[in-house]
Design a protein around this ligand. Structure first.
Ligand code: ZN
Ligand code: ZN
Ligand code: ZN
Length: 358
């Protein structure tokens, strides 16, 4: 749909008819109108001028605009606005790690522009041997993993208005009239996420959070070194499984200090008074048990990471430490916070995303 007029010999700038966006950034507004400004801004990656689109993705949502040019978007197969992978709606770093893709795009300003121009030519004529796309066509195991991590539908919440800065300071006088969100922002490293890091898939805290989840679970085979950990983390806990069921299974291994069942997160914690009790229980449950005919996964609960005060929850549910943190911090996380990342896209300087080619 989009067209790029490019000629590596001359300098010709992008003239696009329609942006390359993920479903989330596009929004669910059936009467979508876009404004288009040719060469209105520099691409945040290659710094070449590009066509900037601006639109409102839905009722009550904030205006969004494209941030990177179409060539940069195609090179990485990412949304021009949120920079998430178009197929999986995941950060580049997550995708590239899962699929074993290597990033060979140049970083230096001089080479970047040259590279972008070459890629322009390439996208016009894909037979020139540069090897188009191939984002994960080959690596089926990696693709499976990404499918597990991806959202199944657009995540429009990410298009919401920004948080009202006056409200945060406690002095917004607009009350219900205020177009901005009246809620406290979540502090955390994600705020410091940088658009280029996201694009190149390096040092991306969102990616790190997502990848920490499943990997941490999969690698957990033995008891953790931290001897103060005496808790097991049970996942797959359905509504039918109550605290006494859990207790009924685990009490034989040692004295239980407490059991916390969090149906909302489909998980439970069994806290033993001794390490020996926890170790025996883990050993005997062999990483998995069946209660009321429901298969449950048993793993070690993790210690609370130093300095991690905010929980960011992934698609696959909260990580053990996130739930632990929530439990230790007192009241459970508010409804709706589970399964939502805080992207910088929810910050004033950024925009937002999920998946689909346009
Ligand atoms: Zn660019
Ligand atoms: Zn306000
Ligand atoms: Zn997007």
């Amino acid at each position: 749909m989009a067209q790029i007029k490019a000629d590596p010999n001359k300098q010709s700038w992008e003239e696009a008819e329609f942006p390359i966006l993920c479903e989330t950034c596009l929004g669910d507004n059936p009467y979508l109108r876009m404004t288009k400004q040719s060469q209105a801004k520099e691409c945040k990656v290659c710094t070449r001028p590009f066509t900037v689109f601006r639109w409102c993705p839905g009722v009550g949502m904030r205006f969004k605009k494209t941030e990177i040019c179409q060539t940069c978007s195609k090179v990485k197969n990412v949304c021009q606005t949120c920079l998430l992978d178009l197929e999986f709606g995941l950060p580049v770093q997550v995708r590239d790690t899962a699929l074993g893709l290597e990033d060979n795009a140049p970083r230096s300003d001089v080479n970047k522009e040259y590279f972008a121009q070459n890629m322009d030519a390439h996208f016009q004529n894909p037979d020139n041997g540069l090897g188009e796309g191939g984002f994960g066509k080959a690596n089926s195991a990696g693709r499976e993993m990404l499918k597990k991590l991806q959202r199944t539908e657009p995540y429009y919440k990410r298009n919401r208005q920004h948080i009202c800065s006056f409200f945060v300071k406690g002095n917004c006088t607009r009350g219900a009239e205020c177009p901005y969100r009246h809620e406290m922002p979540q502090e955390g490293e994600l705020k410091h996420q940088n658009i280029k890091d996201r694009y190149y898939g390096t040092n991306d805290p969102v990616a790190r959070k997502i990848m920490a989840g499943p990997k941490a679970g999969a690698r957990q085979t033995g008891p953790p070194e931290d001897q103060s950990i005496t808790s097991l983390f049970i996942t797959g806990v359905t509504e039918d499984i109550k605290e006494p069921d859990v207790r009924g299974f685990f009490y034989v291994f040692g004295e239980i200090k407490s059991i916390v069942v969090v149906h909302k997160s489909k998980c439970a914690f069994v806290n033993f008074t001794t390490r020996a009790g926890a170790e025996l229980a883990f050993e005997k449950s062999g990483g998995g048990v069946s209660l009321q005919g429901v298969p449950l996964r048993v793993s070690w609960a993790k210690s609370r990471p130093v300095g991690a005060r905010t929980e960011q929850k992934g698609e696959t549910g909260p990580t053990p430490e996130a739930v632990m943190n929530a439990l230790q911090a007192g009241p459970p996380p508010p409804p709706g916070s589970a399964g939502s990342f805080t992207y910088p896209s929810q910050d004033p300087t950024y925009q937002g995303s999920t998946s689909k080619h346009r």
